[in-house]
Write a protein that binds this ligand. Structure first.
Ligand SMILES: Nc1ncnc2c1ncn2[C@@H]1O[C@H](COP(=O)(O)OS(=O)(=O)O)[C@@H](OP(=O)(O)O)[C@H]1O
Ligand SMILES: Nc1ncnc2c1ncn2[C@@H]1O[C@H](COP(=O)(O)OP(=O)(O)O)[C@@H](O)[C@H]1O
Length: 256
């Protein structure tokens, strides 16, 4: 039977503390004169004007009294997005689950957005053509941003092969709260794993446009965390998760 160790900290205590918390300072709305705003660029408190964003016309941002800082105080952590990128078979889902489990045991709220899973629902209308991959990444970036705003440590794991698409997600998040993790494992290792038999199908031409075979993967140039084989050996899922947890600890994400 699958058992999960309870978190070390009592959530009951946190929830009881809610009544003692005061929402952060009342929001002062700053009217601005803009009528057209770039999609994704609106932030709480930015404007109370009726405006247009992308194709959405005559809309207005509504702020709530309870804000990100209040939710973070409740959860005793900082909302952020951990964006895991790498080839198919590099271990993205494995790391995401190991990391989520590790943080959960330590009493932290996480949520995993797995590319493969999201293509079963939210993104089931998208193919693997470059423009559909871009839309896939854009939607997941927006969803991840909402989770981070909720105070959750959001773990997104997608191939996300294009640098420009990943950078666009980074620009959606407040400073330093987009943490890009590159699983830098060579194609030979990923292809040898081939747990779903997709590389084999791609090599035989039965899948077209497969990342790493006949479709590009652009590695990050300057990401927060790189995980690589050491002396030819892959670090275990637990070791990979610990590397990310250390980063979160050192950068203050595991406290409010
Ligand atoms: N053509 C092609 N290229 C790459 N991957 C393919 C393809 N067709 C299907 N799959 C399966 O889809 C999973 C990747 O989905 P993602 O949403 O992460 O891809 S992307 O970020 O939009 O590139 C990927 O899952 P992972 O192996 O977990 O990466 C594959 O199982
Ligand atoms: N660090 C690791 N060491 C050994 N095997 C791994 C490791 N990470 C993943 N695997 C195995 O490799 C395969 C692909 O992992 P997966 O997490 O599904 O990759 P991805 O989500 O990137 O496609 C799985 O069979 C998984 O058990």
């Amino acid at each position: 039977m699958h058992t999960i160790k309870p978190p070390s900290r009592s959530f009951g205590t946190s929830i009881r503390r809610l009544s003692l918390l005061r929402p952060s300072q009342a929001v002062k709305l700053k009217p601005v004169s803009v009528t057209q705003v770039r999609a994704g660029s609106m932030e709480p408190g930015m404007s109370n004007a009726v405006t247009s964003v992308g194709k959405a016309t005559n809309i207005r941002w509504h702020d709530c009294q309870i804000r990100k800082i209040d939710r973070q105080n409740l959860l005793q952590q900082k909302g952020c997005v951990i964006w895991i990128t790498g080839l198919s078979g590099s271990g993205k889902s494995t790391l995401a689950c190991a990391l989520s489990r590790e943080l959960h045991y330590r009493g932290h709220m996480t949520y995993v957005l797995d590319g493969d899973n999201l293509r079963h629902g939210l993104n089931s209308d998208l193919t693997f053509k470059a423009e559909d991959r871009a839309e896939n990444i854009r939607r997941v970036g927006e969803v991840a941003k909402l989770f981070a705003d909720a105070g959750v440590i959001c773990i997104a794991c997608l191939i996300s092969p294009y640098r420009m698409d990943r950078d666009a997600c980074r620009s959606l998040l407040p400073d330093s709260t987009f943490i890009e993790v590159f699983l830098d494992f060579p194609l030979e290792i990923c292809e040898a794993r081939d747990p779903k038999g997709l590389y084999k199908l791609a090599r035989s031409g039965k899948i077209k446009g497969f990342t790493g075979i006949d479709d590009p993967y652009e590695p990050p140039l300057n990401c927060e965390i790189v995980i690589q084989p050491k002396n030819g050996d892959c670090p275990s899922p637990q070791t990979m998760a610990e590397q990310v947890v250390s980063y979160l600890q050192q950068n203050g994400f595991l406290r409010a």
